[in-house]
Design a protein. Structure first.
Length: 131
């Protein structure tokens, strides 16, 4: 049985990021709630279905995530959910950037499930702003 602690949630976040880099969509889907919403730094908000359709379509893309990490993580455990905030670093084949993030997680019989994720850039490279 999973212990729903701040430490286990931080481990789930690191596992989620590892699955993104490895393109392990099975692992990523297994930890994503059916009602998941993802707010990109561009302002685009996707449902779970849209997020995974875009992710599948981008496999093999020359511009993909090659590394991601989270640090300065804070967790607030609430009744029925948890809030996580922190700083994120993302390396793609095209650019690198840092962001601040907020995610919402819910306990489930299979472990922590991510229900929402949003980030905002700390500083965006000029190439991103002109794209």
């Amino acid at each position: 049985m999973t212990e729903f602690t701040a430490e286990s949630l931080i481990a789930a976040e690191h596992a989620r990021r590892a699955a993104i880099v490895a393109l392990d969509l099975d692992a990523l889907e297994a930890m994503t709630a059916d009602w998941f919403h993802y707010a990109h730094i561009s302002g685009l908000v996707e449902t779970r279905e849209e997020y995974f359709a875009r992710t599948r379509a981008s496999i093999g893309s020359p511009s993909r995530i090659v590394a991601t990490s989270a640090h300065d993580i804070a967790v607030e455990l609430r009744k029925g959910y948890a809030l996580m905030t922190g700083k994120s670093h993302l390396d793609t084949t095209a650019l690198k950037f840092d962001s601040l993030f907020l995610s919402v997680w819910e306990p489930d019989e299979n472990g922590w499930m991510i229900a929402a994720y949003a980030s905002t850039p700390v500083h965006l490279p000029a190439s991103f702003l002109s794209a």
